[in-house]
Design a protein around this ligand. Structure first.
Ligand SMILES: [Zn+2]
Length: 212
């Protein structure tokens, strides 16, 4: 992203959006095993229908080409974040591209470990920090400067999230990094306690409304 503002005039605000683990819903039977070898190549990925609602957004990037860097070098979390990147790219609204080596990315896609994870529902499993220009807006949306998203590995493990569920958390956090807010409907990847939903048509409508 090109930035041409004089630093003295920039006033940047950072907010954080905490996303929690699913609340005490009865444990579903084990998810279908997500094949590692093939999940990287969803050739016929389809978005499932959301509600008629449009997932709301409040921030956006200046352009639709946005760079990212995945900081966790494990194959497992590279896969989790790459899957989320691929699925948002499949919506054909934004174009997420890996930052070149040494280049500062727009989005940082990370993992972290909380100091204290409890075995109860409602712990934060994901979190996104978003920094935006206070005075620069496009169509009433604040323009993002940088974002950092985390998946809390120990919480996800303690809550027995499958790899597929962690990919849904990654899609959710990436949705925040793109500027989407929480949706009230459970039929959205942006429901605040989502683990089982992937990106739906409601979410894509929301992204389209922000970027097109
Ligand atoms: Zn969230």
């Amino acid at each position: 992203m090109q930035r041409r503002y004089r630093s003295a005039l920039i006033f940047i605000i950072t907010i954080l959006t905490v996303c929690v683990t699913g609340f005490a819903a009865p444990q579903r039977s084990q998810q279908t095993v997500h094949a590692k070898a093939t999940s990287f190549m969803h050739m016929s990925y389809r978005f499932s229908a959301g509600t008629s609602a449009t997932t709301r957004g409040c921030y956006r990037w200046q352009g639709t080409t946005i760079t990212y860097k995945i900081t966790d070098s494990s194959a497992y979390y590279q896969q989790v974040w790459n899957s989320a990147v691929k699925h948002w790219n499949n919506a054909n609204v934004v174009n997420l591209v890996a930052a070149k080596s040494g280049e500062k990315p727009d989005m940082t896609l990370a993992t972290a470990t909380t100091k204290k994870a409890r075995s109860v529902s409602g712990d934060a499993v994901g979190l996104t920090y978003s920094s935006y220009h206070s005075s620069q807006k496009i169509d009433n949306l604040n323009v993002l400067v940088s974002t950092t998203s985390y998946i809390y590995k120990n919480v996800a493990t303690q809550m027995k999230y499958s790899q597929l569920q962690r990919e849904h958390v990654a899609e959710h956090e990436l949705g925040h990094a793109l500027g989407l807010e929480h949706a009230t409907s459970k039929n959205s990847v942006m429901y605040y306690a989502n683990k089982n939903k992937s990106i739906t048509t409601s979410d894509i409508r929301g992204l389209n409304a922000m970027y097109n």
